[in-house]
Ligand binder design. Structure first.
Ligand code: ARG
Ligand code: ASP
Length: 722
């Protein structure tokens, strides 16, 4: 099974369409760009691989960070100035907002460094270096080991590698599997913890088009926000302190006013989160046509409930803006993904490639490797996975959807230790403080009436659609005490729980002691959360793991076999939240018969979309005037218009948001923020005709910063090139 025999000759029909050599598909490992650089230069890249990634001198990678846990950002000044998307900073902007200071609606601009706002908990992470450590990870791990024994030894090796590689430094390290576990890289990072909020446009610019335009082209969103990295006096990471100073980066991106033409080379540096490009057809079919529809339906119900209340109250709009956007984002993405797979006949394409694979695997040369059994085994395993997989989806998307679930989960620790004599009073007190802290954040954005409707609807969905054996025990209680009437159960829960009303909760917590903790343990909201978690953690996940771990190891062998079958093709590893370089051409696309999209939008489109009666399309008064006067100065394109966004063939995914898009000289021309709806299936299957990323034109950002916000001091920090 594990022989690394290479098959040199290969008949042409074996090359699947998927890994065609010259498509711009791919998310490449920065330290291995030597393999791509010829193709990149052929497309117009003027940089060398060493200029893009080097551990011996400063290189482009030193200006790229992981922003928080889910986005990318880039350094654009010698004083640690950082750009990312508005939607990446959204939660942070929301946290600084209230009815008095509504930064979401009105924007925020620091006029000088001392007005920049600190953000406890927010980090940015630089990649220091990476290294192939596969042989060290697999030391003492023969190919014929049982999967869990294999995992154990690998984990042990990894622990000793990360320990050794970070000893005596302030760096973090992890060892991360690539190519579905066929290869391992050491990943050494430096994490900064004092990140301050510098500015963001109002939602009417930064979120223009809102959820209506999300995942869509043509797009007119000024999706950016500005932060700054602070360090201690030695330029090293430090917790927030008033005495910290702006971080001096090893590299920062010059910003280009030069624009681009259709067909130009573009490069994206970022942290794509997760893709699954090498799945068998059975998995793609299950995701697109079974999982997605269920998730979409459940999310739709929550969005209807929340959306209605947001439309009727300004307070609710502020409180639920971030939560709503979070639910809506993947709801819409999944709709696009399923449509895309259907339209591209994705499952049939995979099946065709699998037939070729099967022929190759059953051929004489490959006898005895076991490759011919892979696909039949996949089919069987995915069938086995299905019932538990559906239960998982209902438990997570419906069972954990009530917002109160988050607070009762946070209360678990306190309830558990309060009853234990061996735990000191101080520890109990600390847990109580911690719960109160969570509660303050929670109630700031909470409306029990909304949550009651959500809880009601979600429990109903579970009762109607889940297999009996996967239903949490609480449904037994509901059957017994409420004749199975979910509505009266939730009514009662919200009327009597200590958690569902902030006044009740704080009153209770003021008198909290070890004895009264018992009352919390019997609280109906707490019992609901507990019942769902128990079912999930103690039954569904463990029994699912038996199948998923077999699927994972089969996937490892499957990819290895595919690489063996196509030695001339260049494979790229699935995204795994590590830094990648992606490149392609600036290009529009043709999504449907008779529709031909240009590769860029202009401010003209903002005026065309304007409609003050629709929240998503209300245009800020001042922006309106600026566009009307058409005074764009040096930020205008050569054609005199103001470009807002553009599309390219760059292969990107969630996590690439906020990522720098560079021209062939390594100058910043835009900030990645989205993909087109027709192309969201690129997480499973990339189609070069349909898949595009959507990028904010950096000149629009500068125009807003300079002409709209008057933030000249920030413009002056940057290296802006003609
Ligand atoms: N679709 C983009 C991404 O996945 C932007 C999401 C934020 N915008 C929104 N309207 N929800 O992150
Ligand atoms: N909008 C996504 C992000 O936040 C990017 C994408 O999925 O294309 O990372």
């Amino acid at each position: 099974m594990k022989r690394l025999v290479r098959i040199i000759t290969l008949s042409a029909f074996l090359i699947t369409t998927h890994h065609a050599l010259f498509a711009d598909e791919g998310m490449w490992i920065p330290m291995l760009l030597n393999k791509n650089i010829d193709r990149m230069q052929q497309l117009g890249c003027k940089l060398s691989a060493e200029e893009i990634y080097s551990i011996n001198r400063s290189s482009l990678k030193d200006a790229v960070v992981q922003f928080g846990r889910g986005c990318t950002g880039e350094v654009v000044s010698p004083k640690g100035l950082l750009l990312t998307n508005h939607h990446c900073g959204f939660g942070i902007i929301q946290r600084h907002s209230s009815l008095e200071h509504d930064y979401l609606t009105d924007g925020f601009w620091a006029a000088s460094m001392d007005q920049e706002l600190p953000n406890p908990g927010l980090t940015v992470t630089f990649l220091v270096r990476m290294e192939d450590v596969t042989s060290r990870v697999l030391e003492g791990v023969p190919g014929n080991l049982q999967e869990n024994e294999r995992d154990m030894r690998i984990r042990k090796n990894i622990r000793s590698i990360t320990k050794k590689e970070t000893e005596g430094t302030h760096y973090n390290a992890s060892v991360i599997p690539y190519f579905n576990g066929n290869q391992y890289f050491l990943y050494v990072t430096e994490v900064f913890k004092d990140i301050r909020f510098v500015g963001a446009p109002p939602s009417g610019i930064g979120k223009f088009g809102g959820d209506t335009d999300n995942w869509m082209w043509p797009r007119h969103t000024g999706d950016f926000s500005v932060f700054r990295i602070y360090a201690d006096s030695n330029n090293l990471p430090a917790e927030y302190s008033a005495s910290n100073v702006p971080y001096k980066p090893k590299h920062y991106f010059p910003v280009s006013l030069g624009g681009y033409d259709e067909g130009d080379f573009a490069l994206l540096f970022g942290n794509p989160g997760s893709t699954r490009e090498y799945l068998p057809s059975y998995a793609v079919e299950m995701i697109a046509f079974k999982e997605n529809p269920v998730k979409i339906g459940l999310r739709q119900k929550r969005l209807d409930i929340i959306g209605y209340s947001m439309d009727t109250s300004r307070l609710v709009r502020i409180q639920y803006a971030s939560k709503y956007a979070g639910i809506a984002n993947y709801w819409k993405k999944m709709i696009g993904e399923t449509r895309g797979i259907k339209k591209a006949d994705g499952v049939a394409k995979k099946q065709k490639a699998e037939q070729e694979f099967q022929q190759w695997a059953s051929s004489r040369e490959n006898e005895g490797k076991g490759y011919a059994e892979i696909l039949p085994l996949f089919e069987k395993l995915y069938q086995e996975l299905y019932p538990g997989d559906m239960a998982t989806i209902y438990l997570r998307e419906a069972g954990m959807a009530p917002e109160i679930f988050n607070l009762t989960t946070d209360a678990q620790e306190l309830i558990r230790i309060a009853g234990e004599d061996t735990v000191s009073d101080e520890t109990v007190q600390a847990a109580k403080e911690s719960l109160l802290r969570s509660a303050r954040g929670f109630y700031k954005n909470y409306q029990p009436q909304i949550d009651q409707m959500i809880t009601n609807e979600m429990l109903q969905q579970m009762q109607d659609h889940m297999e009996q054996k996967y239903l949490p025990d609480i449904f037994g209680t509901i059957a017994k005490n409420y004749h199975g009437d979910i509505g009266s159960y939730t009514f009662n829960l919200f009327a009597s729980s200590q958690f569902t009303d902030s006044t009740r909760f704080y009153r209770f917590m003021r008198k909290f002691n070890r004895k009264s903790a018992r009352k919390l343990a019997d609280d109906p909201a707490y019992l609901l959360g507990k019942s769902i978690l128990e079912k999930y953690r103690e039954e569904v996940v463990p029994s699912g793991r038996a199948v998923t771990s077999r699927i994972d190891s089969l996937q490892r062998v499957y990819l290895q076999a595919q690489m063996e079958m196509q030695p001339a093709s260049q494979f790229y590893p699935d995204a795994n939240s590590t830094m990648r370089v992606c490149f392609g051409k600036i290009e529009g696309f043709k999504p449907a018969d008779a529709v031909d999209y240009r590769c860029y939008t202009t401010t003209q489109g903002i005026l065309e979309k304007e409609d003050s009666s629709i929240y998503d399309y209300a245009v800020d008064q001042r922006l309106n005037e600026l566009i009307a006067s058409a005074d764009y100065g040096r930020y205008a394109d050569a054609d005199g218009t103001m470009h807002v966004a553009f599309t390219s063939t760059i292969h990107s995914t969630g996590g690439n948001s906020g990522a720098p898009v560079l021209n062939g000289k390594g100058e910043l021309i835009g900030i990645n923020f989205d993909r087109n709806w027709e192309g969201t299936m690129s997480d499973l299957i990339y189609d070069p005709d349909q898949c595009r990323n959507i990028v904010l034109d950096i000149r629009y950002l500068l125009f807003i910063l300079d002409h709209y916000a008057g933030e000249k001091w920030l413009i002056n920090e940057m290296d802006i090139r003609k």
